[in-house]
Each structure stands twice: as C-alpha cells, then as structure tokens.
Design a protein around this ligand. Structure first.
Ligand code: SF4
Length: 329
C-alpha cells in the first residue's frame, strides 16, 4: 500500500486521502513513512530549503482566548506588551535577516486584527523594506479585511500568513472568540488580491493524527503554498501549560504523513523545533519537511542560525536565496 500511494504521489502529485494516510499510520514504521515522504518532497519541492524569519511587531494584549497562546489577555503569562515595534528595530531585523540569506521576512502581530494607526505604521515600515528589497515580505496580522490586506499589498508585501491552527472540528475546543471560517474569509481575500498564502498550525495540543492530517488537507485546499508546522511549547499560565508533550516519533510520523496529504506544498518547520533532538530534526528534514523558520528578532542568535545552515547543508539541502536562488513557495 505504501509503495502504491507513494508512486501515485510521485507520478501525478496526487494527494492521498485522510483515510489512506491513517491506514499508512497504522501499518508502517516511522522510517518507512519518512523515507517515502522524502522521495515525494524531492520530486515536487526539490532540494532547496525555504527559510523565513519573523519579528514580533505587536506583542500581548490580545482579545482572543486561544488556549495555547502567551499573548492572550485571557491568560497570565507575563509576556512583554507593546503596540508596535520601532522602525529602527524592524529595519535592523530586516537587514540582519537579508544579510543572512533568509528568503522571506515577516512582521507578526498579536491580536484579532490591527487598528488603523498601527496598520499605517506597519505599512510605512514594509514600504521602506520593500524599497530596499532583497527579501520577500510577509505579514501575519490576524483577521484582516480587504481594505487592510490591500494596504499591505500596496506596501510591497506579497505573502500573507494566517494559521488554521488545527482541524475544523478540534478548533472550537481551543478557541471560542473566533472560528476557522473567520480565518478562511481572510485567507480567501488575500488570495484574491494576489498574495501567496501560508497557513499551518500547531501540533501537540491534544489533537489526534486525524486532526493534523485534516489541517494539512484544509491548508492544501485553500491554496496555501506553505504550511508551517509548530510544535507546542506549553507556556506557563496558559490552559495548555500541563499538556503532555508530543513525542519526537509522533512529530516525525505526522510530518511524513502531511507530506503525502500535501505533496507539493512547502512544509515549514516553525516554532518549537528547539525542543527536538538534532537526530529528530535531521530525520524530519529528510522525511517530508523542506522549510524552516530561523533566528529571531535579536541580532545575538547568529550562532544558532549558523548551526541551522550547517544542519541544512549536512542534510543535503541548498539554501534558498544565498546565491540569488529565489524559488517560489
Ligand atoms: S489571536 Fe493570535 S495572538 Fe491572539 S490569542 Fe490567538 S494566537 Fe494569540
């Protein structure tokens, strides 16, 4: 069965169904799944790893009650709070990441959406970065409407990130203040305007394998070019602070099966990967994953970024954009 479904994915790029993926999960070892996923990744996504980096452009004070999130005003986590990053900090992070060869740079904001004064500031910063060029710009600013998305587009942003977080059926157990449909509305408008969209989620929040695969399927169906996969780092003060951690084996299997469900999408290692062993990270990069969020907004993490690049090279990847290679994702 594994061989048959792998060949289908390799020859036609045909995604498998959730039921087929669950059957693979029951029947095959982690190594068998990840080796097959690696072949599918190589066929459809090639050997160039996609890298992106983010700055937290607005932090805390969020009206929403997402159970995993440190930035929700519903939880007491002691997170830093500010309404918008200064232009100096933003441009410094932008230039640092451009110099590192990162291919996509994003401003991420807490909150359901951005108020007009903040949107004005963010667009001004994006425009400045866009005029300097050299790196693709992405924004992750919540449930924006058409007018706000258009403002970002006009400022030079070309990718919009809006995580779906988990399956449609599990989402209400994690958040009561907005819905998957609210997210889809923003994602569809972003696509209509012309943005590439990046829609992933978090694993390790008590969901089942079916939920993870449904998340990947939903992201593929909305036309996401990339699917970031975060591994929950339980945060003290959130309702999920004591949740049992997902195992490395479960993460590896989940990523491999997501590759079968979304053969042509970039699967992006996002938050939480620092808690994995190097061996697990390598297995995942050679088991379906072909992108990574690297660094952070500080300039003091250069060694960590260098370690990441070393690991990507060791796993046989070329780094996107370092020599002017820009691939579309
Ligand atoms: S909407 Fe975003 S910032 Fe607000 S609680 Fe949910 S995940 Fe956190």
């Amino acid at each position: 069965m594994l061989e048959r479904l792998k060949l289908k994915a390799l020859e036609e790029g045909t995604p498998i169904t959730i039921e087929e993926a669950l059957e693979l999960n029951r029947r095959y070892s982690t190594d068998e799944l990840r080796h097959a996923a690696d072949e599918i990744r190589l066929k459809w996504c090639g050997n160039v790893i996609h890298t992106c980096s983010i700055v937290n452009a607005r932090s805390g004070r969020c009206s929403e009650d997402c159970k995993w999130c440190a930035q929700s005003a519903h939880h007491k986590t002691g997170v830093k709070e500010y309404d918008y990053i200064s232009e100096n900090e933003m441009m410094s992070a932008f230039r640092t990441n451009r110099n590192r060869g990162v291919s996509c740079f994003s401003m991420v904001t807490s909150g359901r959406k951005v108020i007009p004064e903040q949107m004005y500031q963010f667009c001004r910063m994006f425009k400045k970065a866009s005029d300097e060029g050299g790196i693709k710009l992405c924004a992750s600013m919540g449930l924006l409407d058409r007018d706000q998305l258009q403002q970002l587009w006009d400022a030079g942003v070309r990718k919009y990130h809006c995580n779906l977080e988990t399956s449609r059926s599990y989402f209400p157990a994690l958040c009561s203040t907005h819905s998957i449909d609210d997210k889809l509305k923003t994602i569809y408008i972003a696509r209509e305007i012309g943005f590439k969209v990046c829609c992933g989620g978090i694993i390790g929040m008590g969901e089942t394998m079916r939920d993870r695969l449904e998340l990947a399927e939903m992201a593929r169906e909305v036309g996401a070019s990339s699917i970031p996969i975060n591994i929950l780092q339980p945060i003290k003060g959130t309702p999920l602070e004591n949740i049992e951690k997902i195992t490395e084996d479960e993460v590896t299997r989940s990523v491999a099966l997501m590759r079968f469900v979304a053969p042509k999408c970039t699967l992006h290692f996002a938050g939480g990967r620092a808690q994995l062993s190097k061996e697990a990270m390598v297995n995942i990069l050679r088991g379906g994953m072909n992108g990574a969020l690297i660094g952070d907004m500080l300039t003091t993490v250069g060694n960590k970024v260098a370690d990441d690049y070393k690991m990507f090279n060791e796993t046989g990847y070329e780094i996107e954009d370092q020599d002017g290679i820009i691939t579309e994702d």
